[in-house]
Design a protein around this ligand. Structure first.
Ligand code: GLN
Length: 290
């Protein structure tokens, strides 16, 4: 630890050696170092060939501070201010949940339900950084996508991302569908679903609690969404929900009780049942083909 902070040695190799001594994973240390140097996280090869270059005192202090925050469990995305989701570079900070790769399951399912030139109306409830809404809008330019969040602070993040990526997603402040007008062909949501007594919660204390927990069984918000969604879905429209690894059966039951049909669940990249969806059936329209 001393070596790196001595005034004499601030070269990149010393910085990385110091981070390794602090037990920071090498890839994370490299990404934080690149961030302090104002370089792209893709520039790791550059680091290897320039490891005798030196940091300024300010860069060295920044690197040290970022490493320490990482060691205290803060998500990488908050430290670098950026996370890639579905190939989109999103800006994220502590106003929103750090988008998880697991959530790509929900995004992929949504895209399967939307033909490429689909002019469908889509709502993303609890959009946070806008990750799912923006992923859908970028892949389905003709869809009309509404990003909903109860948190004004989260919506600021989502709408800044939409603007930067030049994606015409509409942002609406609402608790689930309460303030949302009209009907949709598809409603997706990655709502809070962690039980209030879940032992993993302390490890997530950097992220907004309201984006994580949902009552004693973690299902309160999912129940609310399932109850509200049928009145906001076109006949043949789908509701897709992300949920906890052990909640698929419970969510299927909730969707069934709310009148959904064709209910199925899907696994995430880690093999856990992560999403459950269902369709509301009406007699006048053909469903979107799954
Ligand atoms: N998947 C996240 C976690 O378990 C939780 C996300 C959420 O509650 N929507 O860390």
């Amino acid at each position: 630890m001393q070596e790196f902070f001595s005034q004499e040695n601030k070269c990149l190799s010393a910085a990385l050696r110091w981070a390794a001594q602090q037990k920071l994973p090498r890839l994370e240390a490299q990404m934080l170092l690149l961030h302090c140097l104002g370089r792209s996280p893709q520039d790791r090869a550059w680091l290897l060939t320039h490891d005798d270059e030196c940091l300024t005192a300010t860069q060295a202090a920044n690197f040290q501070a970022l490493c320490q925050r990482r060691l205290q469990g803060e998500p990488m995305a908050y430290l670098t201010g950026e996370k890639e989701f579905f190939g989109l570079p999103l800006q994220v900070d502590k106003r929103v949940l750090d988008p998880r790769p697991d959530t790509e399951t929900l995004g992929e399912w949504a895209l399967e339900l939307l033909p490429p030139a689909s002019p469908a109306r889509v709502a993303d409830l609890g959009t946070g950084s806008g990750a799912i809404a923006l992923a859908i809008q970028s892949q389905r330019p003709q869809a009309s996508v509404t990003a909903v969040d109860a948190s004004a602070a989260a919506l600021e993040v989502a709408s800044a991302n939409a603007q930067r990526l030049q994606l015409p997603v509409q942002c609406v402040q609402s608790s689930w569908l309460e303030q949302v007008q009209g009907r949709f062909d598809l409603i997706v949501s990655n709502p809070p679903y962690i039980r209030e007594d879940d032992p993993h919660l302390p490890a997530l204390h950097h992220e907004p609690r309201q984006a994580l927990t949902s009552g004693a069984d973690g299902l309160e918000d999912i129940r609310r969404i399932a109850t509200q969604a049928p009145a906001h879905l076109e006949a043949g429209g789908w509701l897709l929900l992300e949920h906890g690894w052990n909640q698929a059966e419970a969510v299927q039951g909730i969707l069934q009780a709310a009148g959904f049909q064709a209910i199925t669940s899907r696994r995430d990249l880690g093999g856990q049942w992560r999403c459950t969806g269902g369709m509301v059936w009406g007699s006048t329209q053909v469903p979107i083909q799954p």
